[in-house]
Write a protein that binds this ligand. Structure first.
Ligand SMILES: *Cc1c(COP(=O)(O)O)cnc(C)c1O
Length: 372
C-alpha cells in the first residue's frame, strides 16, 4: 500500500516570503465537501467573505472580493481593467514587485514611466509630486510592503492625495501588508488594492482579495474597449459576486471556505492585536539576529515586521546554511534576489507563522549551524 500523503509531505516551518503556515481550523475548513460554484450556500458565503474583507481592508467599497488566482492575478486584474492601450502610467519601483507592476502595465499597452529608488529604500511624497507635475498620468502603481527588500512605504495617504490632485488613480499592492500591518483603504484614499491569500492571511495560495473604489469603478465603466482578459474582467466578477450570480468560471468552494475561516480568525483576534503580535515577534527576531551578527538591512522606522532582511556576511556560505535549515530542521527561509542576491536572507513572520516559538527555533537552529 502506498504511504498516506501526511506521511510523505514534510512538516515544514514556513518562515519565508510566503506561503505562511496554515492554522488547523483553516485546514479543516479547506477539507469540507466541495460544492458547486452557483450553490446558494456558496453565494451566502460570498456575502460573508465580502463583509469580512471590507473590515480587513477597512473599506466600504462594494467591489471588494477575492479573485481566483494568486496575488499576481490580483495585480493583473487591477491593471487590465484600469488600463487601455496608450494610457500613461507611472510606476514607482523600489524592488522586484514594483517592477513586475511596470511589466504588466506595459503588457496592457500602457506607456509606462518609472520613478526608481535603490532596493531597500522608499519614496518621498515629493518624488511623486515632481513626476506628476512633469506629465499627466492616468494611474500610479506603488507597492506598500516590498517583499524583495522588507521595506514598508510610508506616507501612503499623502501620496494618494498628490495623485488625486493630478487626476491620477493610486493602485496599491498590499500583498504582504494585509493582515500584518495597517492597511486603511478608505482613510488613505486608495483607488484599487489587492492582496494574496497565502501571506499574512494564512490561507493556502489560490485567492487574491481585492478592492476597487468609486473613482476606479467609474474609470472602468467609461472604458471604450472591452477588458482584454475575459477571465479577469471585473464587471463579470462583480455580477457573479454581487449581481445576477451568473456563471463566469468555476470558483473553488474549498478555497473560499478556507478564506472565510482565515478572515474570521483574524477578526476574532482583532486587527490591532494581530498587528501588535506581528510587531512583537519581529522585534524578538531582530534582537536575536543582531546577537548572531546579522543586523537587519532596513532601518527600523520603515522596516517591515512581516518580512525581515538580515544582512549576511560575505564569507558565510548562505545557500548551504539555508539548505541545512530545510533538510535538518524543516525550516524554510529564502535568499535575497535581484540586487540583494547573496547579501540578505528573507525571513517571513506572516499570519500563523508569526509565533514566538518559531522565532526561537529559527534562532536556535541558526546558532548551531553557524558555530558548527
Ligand atoms: C508575493 C507577492 C506578489 C505575488 O503574489 P503571488 O501570490 O506569488 O502571485 C505580489 N506582490 C508582492 C508584494 C508579493 O509579496
Amino acid at each position: 500500500m502506498s504511504k498516506k500523503n501526511s506521511q510523505t509531505i514534510p512538516a515544514r516551518v514556513l518562515l519565508g516570503p510566503g506561503p505562511s503556515m496554515i492554522a488547523p481550523r483553516v485546514l479543516e475548513a479547506l477539507a469540507a465537501p466541495t460544492i458547486g460554484h452557483l450553490d446558494p450556500y456558496l453565494l451566502e458565503l460570498y456575502a460573508e467573505e465580502q463583509a469580512l474583507l471590507q473590515q480587513v481592508f477597512q473599506t466600504g467599497n462594494e467591489w471588494t472580493f477575492s479573485i481566483s488566482g494568486t496575488g499576481t492575478a490580483g495585480m493583473e486584474t487591477v491593471l487590465v481593467n484600469l488600463i487601455e492601450p496608450g494610457d500613461f502610467v507611472l510606476c514607482a519601483v523600489k524592488g522586484y514587485f514594483g517592477e513586475r507592476l511596470a511589466e504588466i502595465a506595459t503588457r496592457c499597452g500602457a506607456a509606462v514611466d518609472r520613478i526608481w529608488r535603490p532596493w531597500g529604500e522608499t519614496f518621498t511624497v515629493e518624488e511623486f509630486e515632481y513626476a506628476l507635475t512633469c506629465h499627466k498620468y492616468k494611474l500610479v502603481t506603488l507597492v506598500h510592503t516590498e517583499t524583495s527588500t522588507g521595506a514598508v512605504q510610508g506616507n501612503i495617504r499623502e501620496i494618494a492625495d498628490v495623485a488625486h490632485k493630478h487626476d491620477a488613480l493610486l493602485v496599491l499592492d498590499t500583498v504582504t501588508s494585509l493582515g500584518g500591518v495597517t492597511v486603511d483603504i478608505d482613510a488613505w484614499g486608495i483607488d484599487a488594492a489587492y492582496a494574496a491569500s497565502q501571506k499574512c492571511l494564512s490561507v493556502p495560495p489560490g485567492l487574491s482579495p481585492l478592492t476597487i473604489g468609486e473613482r476606479a469603478r467609474q474609470v472602468i465603466e467609461k472604458r471604450t474597449r472591452p477588458v482584454h482578459s475575459f477571465y479577469l474582467d471585473l464587471n463579470q466578477y462583480a455580477s457573479y459576486w454581487n449581481g445576477a450570480h451568473g456563471y463566469h468560471h468555476t470558483a473553488s468552494s474549498n478555497l473560499h471556505y478556507a478564506m472565510r475561516e482565515g478572515l474570521r480568525m483574524l477578526l476574532e483576534e482583532g486587527l490591532e492585536n494581530c498587528f501588535s503580535r506581528h510587531k512583537s515577534n519581529a522585534e524578538a527576531l531582530w534582537a536575536g539576529l543582531e546577537v548572531l551578527g546579522f543586523p537587519p538591512l532596513i532601518p527600523e522606522f520603515y522596516r517591515s515586521p512581516v518580512l525581515t532582511t538580515p544582512r549576511i556576511p560575505v564569507e558565510l556560505e548562505e545557500a548551504r546554511i539555508r539548505a541545512r535549515l530545510l533538510n535538518e530542521y524543516n525550516i524554510e527561509i529564502a535568499g535575497g534576489f535581484g540586487d540583494l542576491r547573496g547579501k540578505v536572507w528573507r525571513i517571513g513572520l506572516m499570519g500563523h507563522s508569526s509565533r514566538l516559538e518559531n522565532v526561537t527555533i529559527l534562532l536556535d537552529a541558526l546558532k548551531k549551524l553557524i558555530r558548527g
